[in-house]
Unconditional design. Structure first.
Length: 62
């Protein structure tokens, strides 16, 4: 009985089928963009800090 309910299909008229894919609103994507930019900036600052630390440590060993 359950398989009949799940597998039952509803016939659709061929003329009524339309596929509309709308792009997301800019305001909806803005928080994600801000998060990505902040992440890239934090990664760049971390990379610069680590590289200067290792360059300074390398210079004192020589």
């Amino acid at each position: 009985m359950w398989t009949l309910l799940v597998s039952a299909t509803i016939p659709m008229p061929a003329g009524d089928v339309t596929l509309e894919i709308l792009p997301p609103d800019v305001n909806a994507v803005l928080p994600l963009a801000i998060l990505c930019i902040a992440s890239v900036l934090c990664t760049a600052v971390w990379f610069l800090a680590v590289s200067t630390c290792f360059i300074g440590r390398h210079d004192t060993m020589v």
